[in-house]
Ligand binder design. Sequence first.
Ligand code: SF4
Ligand code: SF4
Ligand code: FES
Length: 374
Amino acid sequence: MAENMFWLNGNQVTFNPGETILEAAEAFGVLIPTLCHLKGATPTGACRVCIVEVEGTRNLPPACSTPVTPGIKVLTESSKVVEARRTILELMLSSGNHNCAAVSPKNWTDFQCRVHEEDNTSDLCPVWGDCKLQDLAYQYQVKSDRFVPNKSKYPVETVSPMIVRDFSRCILCGRCVQACNEIQVNRAISFGYRGADSKVVAGGDRPLVSSDCVFCGECVQACPVGALVDKKARYSWRPWKTTRVRTTCPYCGVGCQQLLHVQDGKIVKVTGVEDAEPNKGRLCVKGRFGYDFIYSEERLKTPLIRENGSLREASWDEALDLVADKIKEVIKTSGPDSIAGVSCARSINEDSYQMQKLFRAAIGTNNIDCCART
Ligand code: SF4
Ligand code: SF4
Ligand code: FES
């Protein structure tokens, strides 16, 4: 067998040096389930859901942090793997409040019907239908009644303006910690306490709002379960009722790529597009949480002209004529360098280009900037 080949579920597969079993399998089209794995961050091997069988080894190594070596024979869904994976999932479901899967497999259909009729004010999990743990529990037909569930000793944290932290649904996968520390490099959260008391903490275990958190929401996007949710979106949407619309963030010139989650014609949530430049899934607080300004009743719909100390509505022609007259007057009395232009950060590049052309070529000044730092 060639140096760059190994066996995957009976197939001869090539790999690149340094690739993990997970990466090589994915490149070959074999999906191995993961929960803690976060693309672009250091593998932690925390959840063990991605375990595989490697011929000749005693344990089941995690595919996300085990490099491929030439000639190894890997099985991703052998009965040994599936049995261990099911136990891991059962233990996770019992580690807190994961009531969504508290039914035996024969009742899945009833349960789904019941939830389709849910009202969003019930105590159902806010991410029902959008949870990786729930998906895997369903895929492996795991129920949550074998082990006695641990009760979380930490109350739900709702004081922060953007993010709700429900520690009872946290599976301690660490994706939020990695997203904060390695992806956004804000270093606002880490693991605190030990053993059964373990918890993701901000600062000296303070609410996010009193910590170094900048509310970029990367942790919310990374959380595979319902432990971190967008406060505004909580209980206001269901994934099967939404469509996703890709767009460019309107806030600044970086041009981050976003997915708008739209239900009944209204944006209910915004996430970053994972594999797209320039942001590769990342968003800032404005891009992720500042979407509801478009529904504000206070938005300006017409130009306003100030007269005798108060503003009155005007037509675009009237407003533009007034601005042109004022600019001409200032040029005449004080010269073109008495005028400065600031183009809107929300303008597209082409509009900003035209704005600087207007100022340099028509008005005759280089006093022109773009307020992309808003
Ligand atoms: S976090 Fe996921 S597994 Fe837990 S209750 Fe919610 S949907 Fe179910
Ligand atoms: S809050 Fe979510 S992402 Fe963070 S450790 Fe818990 S389950 Fe994982
Ligand atoms: S995804 Fe590999 S250990 Fe969690």
